[in-house]
Design a protein. Structure first.
Length: 311
């Protein structure tokens, strides 16, 4: 029988965990000729989430858990779950039931019989989200697809079932600054897209504020695109050409008309503009350097405090 590993990273989801556990078990028990394991990854929760999972693990030997020493982020939690998954097929899904477990049989059928290595759920609509968040999300995917060679599908999240071959290829990337959506696209492999309607969060509140989403978007762009650095180079060339043209124009005007160079306000504005532009591009370069700095340190992606997974 095929073994399916379900990786569920979570952070302070005490209200959602009992619901998703019941729903997943109910769906998986109805899929014929499979065995499964549930891997819950606690990303440093400070509520009762871990206690709930430990309680379930006492009576359910298929349930495994990993608890971090602090909050390392969802990317680290997904990596930890993939590393510990032993299944022939591995699923990543959220703990808030916005990723419907009812799609699991269709995903399994796709990777088992349709000659694909990945079955990914993609939202056909964004109902329930604010217009601003919807707009910003679409713009982000538009920007990253135009500036990166790896293409991301707007509406495709982390909810997907992958073959062991694809999972092993993702685990071969040991980078500290991880952007899994980009890695899923980078490794390639045939993917079947399974549409579904956006489901509301079943309980609790989202951990993704606009600030965290913005930082996550910046991480994605910096991880898979050098376009910001190229933009800095192009702007430098353009400003240099404009400066040469303005210098020639000013010299010719002074020689022909004899007018002294004037425009103190204009001069100050130009200096401030160029100075601000330089600071902006220094900041962009600094972001790339900081990512490189963290990679060179080779710090662990996460630290495990407690787990029932034994070597």
């Amino acid at each position: 029988m095929d073994l399916i590993s379900i990786v569920i990273p979570y952070y302070n989801e005490e209200a959602s965990l009992p619901l998703i556990y019941i729903e997943i078990v109910k769906v998986l028990d109805n899929i014929e000729n499979i065995n499964y394991e549930l891997i819950f990854v606690d990303d440093g929760s400070y509520d009762n989430s871990l206690s709930i999972i430990k309680k379930y693990s006492i009576s359910d030997t298929k349930l495994k858990y990993i608890s971090f020493s602090r909050n390392f982020g969802k990317e680290a939690a997904m990596f930890a779950g993939l590393r510990e998954a032993t299944g022939d097929y591995v699923v990543i899904m959220d703990a808030d039931l916005q990723h419907p477990p009812e799609l699991l049989p269709e995903m399994y059928q796709a990777v088992k019989s349709d000659n694909v290595d990945c079955a990914c759920a993609v939202r056909s609509d964004r109902s329930g989200e604010s217009k601003l968040r919807n707009f910003l999300t679409k713009k982000f995917y538009s920007v990253i697809n135009k500036t990166s060679k790896t293409k991301s599908n707007d509406g495709a999240g982390d909810y997907r079932m992958m073959s062991r071959k694809m999972v092993d290829s993702i685990l071969s990337f040991k980078e500290y600054n991880r952007y899994s959506k980009g890695l899923f696209a980078f490794v390639g492999f045939e993917t079947k897209w399974i549409p579904y309607h956006n489901a509301p969060r079943i309980a609790g509140k989202t951990k993704w504020s606009y600030d965290s989403l913005f930082r996550y978007a910046i991480d994605g762009i910096l991880s898979f695109s050098s376009a910001p650095l190229e933009l800095a180079s192009y702007c430098g060339v353009i400003i240099f050409i404009i400066a040469i043209i303005m210098a020639i124009y000013t010299a010719v005007k002074t020689l022909i008309f004899g007018n002294p160079t004037s425009g103190w306000t204009t001069l100050v504005c130009i200096i401030l503009f160029i100075g601000g532009l330089q600071m902006l591009f220094l900041g962009i370069i600094g972001q790339y350097l900081s990512k490189t700095y963290m990679e060179v340190k080779q710090r662990p992606i996460y630290i495990v405090k407690d787990t029932n997974i034994r070597p």
